[in-house]
Write a protein that binds this ligand. Structure first.
Ligand code: MD3
Ligand code: FE
Length: 218
């Protein structure tokens, strides 16, 4: 019997793309095929710039551990929040942004309708069970026209997002291993946070959740 060529439908070539709100797109499993290289690069980054618990301007130790790669990295201390070219722990430049990081950030931004996203900073967040991120806005970046792209790896987390005003009612979504979210346009300054991480053990990532946020700071 002759074999016929299976016909490719639109669903085979378009990424799974869900609009969360005007300007925000959830790309479920978008990072899936790059997971192994992303994890290897995170290990390499953490060997040069270790994860650390930053202090908030108010004097609290953040439960999420952080590091950075790229030309600029986000830091917090008693003096405030800011982007720096050097890791305050070592005095050395942040590790450079791996090619697979820039590539996935740019292709996710394109899938969400932004063209040419060239992030100059990537904040790497590490959550262990109980760690959380209270409701906040990301507004330390000079270029608010560029989106923020987030990649989630490891244990699932409940992500909250509201609106421009802090008191706006929040929606919650579950972010899972390999999920990517693009936040831009009207959603760029929306308040958001992460509920305390639940216990669990992920086959590839272990008892933690890792999140990459790609930013254009200037
Ligand atoms: C919505 N990280 O690092 S990523 C952060 O899962 C941060 O670690 C969370 O919030 C995490 O600042 C959430 C999703 C995200 C990132 C940036 C946003 C959502 C956003 C900026 C504007 C609106
Ligand atoms: Fe944020």
């Amino acid at each position: 019997m002759p074999m016929t060529q299976p016909m490719l439908g639109l669903v085979d070539i378009l990424p799974d793309r869900e609009r969360l709100t005007d300007g925000a797109w959830l790309l479920r499993q978008f990072a899936f095929t790059n997971v192994a290289s992303l994890l290897a690069e995170i290990t390499c980054i953490a060997a040069q710039a270790p994860f650390r618990h930053l202090e908030t301007p108010g004097g609290f130790r953040m439960s999420v551990a952080m590091t950075n790669c790229g030309a600029l990295g986000w830091v917090s201390d008693r003096r405030g929040y800011r982007y720096t070219t050097h890791d305050p722990l070592s005095g050395r430049q942040w590790p450079s942004m791996p090619a697979v990081f820039s590539a996935i950030a740019d292709s996710a931004a394109r899938a969400a309708g932004f063209e040419r996203f060239k992030p100059d900073a990537c904040l790497v967040n590490r959550y262990i069970p109980g760690a959380r991120l209270t409701l906040h806005q990301d507004k330390d970046e000079a270029d608010l026209g560029a989106p923020i792209v987030s990649v989630s790896l490891g244990l699932p987390a409940v992500f909250l997002f509201g609106g421009n005003a802090r008191q706006e009612k929040q929606r919650r979504i579950l972010l899972q291993h390999g999920d990517v979210v693009v936040w831009g346009g009207p959603a760029r300054l929306y308040h958001h946070g992460v509920l305390p991480l639940k216990d669990g053990d992920h086959p590839e990532v272990g008892t933690q959740r890792l999140n990459l946020t790609f930013r254009r700071t200037h």
